[in-house]
Design a protein around this ligand. Structure first.
Ligand code: PLP
Length: 413
């Protein structure tokens, strides 16, 4: 039995059925069977959290708080840290952005996903570096220039566009040396290396359950409690209020409750904790890196296909590869892959518009110059490069097989 829940076979346009090749795991991962089982086991007891007496409420409150402890444990938290359950990574960064003390300068690289770009108004934007080492040096320079200010650096751990892994532990070291804090977008690292999150040295970590094989609508913002305890509640309402006077003024709770107003997402929290427990000690990398090598080598062998990358080709990465196929409308290509080959991919700019546009332009330029160096004959057969305003992304994880990768390569061929 597969350890993830899959739809099994899907029908193709020509009437044949094939096993679905889910190569869009970075957008939303399938559900781990242990996660579905944990949720199903809890459902008969489903009741209110923090809001009632009786067997159901007691159990649900206990499970919710145990989920919080599991996350804290896996993140290596100390007494000054807290775990807040959010809706997703986007929600987590919006919450953190509201909790950052007045006068704090936020520093973010241009390469970020919108979730870690748009919540920061007036951030100092650092141009996207061309290597992990350049990222470390650029951050050190910027922080040196901001000496004397309160600074929060916010950075991704792994790119959702290129899969490239950022040197977060080193960036955290640089940040701390300069008296700054660092927030880490672990949305794409958590599903590939959940056991590594504790070693990042981050002051704050954000990630989403639905990318971590735990699709029940919850995410996490975890980290140092002081800013969060001092901030206005993210949502005003029940649960966040310790006392409300007759005139409606509230004294707010401290701790995670302050930012979890309203009835919390019990199933989402339990799902995340179950997934983290199941995956923390697993070697996910060996299979994934073999699939990654297979896919990248196959793509490199295809003329008119070019991979998007910010860092050098041999930089460390997770199972995410974006590429351009000039001359083919990416949306139409994705539909063809789906209907004729049973493959799911993503196309577009992947909610990282500045980065993806730039990498697309570079990749297209590399292809164009490669083709112009060839014969007149191949120039005449060259694709229309004006159509490559969007990229195609293949991403994978648990449940992906060599056959899925080979099927994509064959279809692209
Ligand atoms: N950060 C990264 C790197 C992502 O890949 C994503 C989603 O694709 C997000 C943040 C936002 O995650 P969510 O849509 O779950 O809020």
């Amino acid at each position: 039995m597969s350890e993830i829940l899959t739809p099994g076979e899907v029908k193709l346009r020509d009437g044949r059925s094939v096993g679905f090749a889910n190569l869009d795991v970075a957008a939303t991962a399938p559900c781990l069977r242990v996660v579905a089982d944990a949720v199903a086991d809890l459902l008969p007891y489903y009741g209110s959290v923090h809001r009632g007496a009786g067997a159901l409420s007691e159990r649900c409150t206990r499970e919710y708080e145990q989920a919080r402890e599991t996350v804290a444990d896996i993140l290596g938290h100390g007494p000054d840290d807290t775990v807040i359950f959010t809706r997703n990574t986007t929600d987590a960064f919006n919450l953190l952005a509201r909790a950052v003390p007045e006068g704090t300068t936020v520093v973010a690289f241009d390469a970020e996903h919108h979730a870690n770009l748009l919540p920061w108004r007036d951030a100092v934007r650092v141009p996207a570096p061309r290597s992990p080492q350049e990222a470390i040096e650029a951050l050190a320079r910027v922080l040196h220039g901001l000496k004397g200010r309160n600074v929060l650096v916010s950075v991704t751990a792994a790119s959702n566009v290129t899969g490239e892994v950022w040197p977060v532990a080193e960036l955290a070291e640089v940040a701390h040396r300069h008296g700054a804090r660092i927030a880490v977008d672990a949305a794409q690292l958590a599903p590939h290396a959940p056991g590594s999150l504790a070693g990042l040295g981050a002051d704050y970590i954000a990630f989403s359950g639905h990318k971590l094989y735990a699709p029940f609508g919850a995410g996490v913002l975890a980290g140092r409690a002081d800013w969060l305890d001092a901030a206005e509640p993210y949502l005003a309402g029940g649960g966040a209020s310790a006392h409300v006077a007759d005139d409606g003024t509230a004294r707010w709770a401290t701790g995670p409750a302050r930012h979890e107003a309203g009835t919390p997402n019990l199933l989402g929290a339990v799902a995340i904790a179950t997934a983290l427990r199941a995956l923390r000690d697993r070697d996910l990398a060996t299979t994934e890196q073999a699939l990654l090598r297979r896919l990248r080598a196959g793509l490199a062998a295809l003329p008119h296909v070019e991979e998007l990358r910010l860092f050098p080709a041999d930089a460390e990465r997770v199972g995410i590869v974006s590429f351009t196929v000039p001359g083919r409308d990416p949306g139409e290509l994705a539909v063809t892959l789906g209907r004729d080959h049973g493959i799911g991919v993503r196309t577009g700019l992947f909610c990282a518009h500045p980065l993806t546009r730039r990498l697309l332009a570079e990749a297209t330029g590399r292809l164009e110059s490669g083709i112009s160096e060839k014969s007149e004959k191949s120039r005449r057969g060259a694709p229309d490069f004006s159509q490559s305003a969007q990229a195609v992304r293949a991403s994978f994880g648990i449940g992906t097989t060599e056959e899925h990768i080979d099927r994509l390569l064959a279809a692209l061929q």
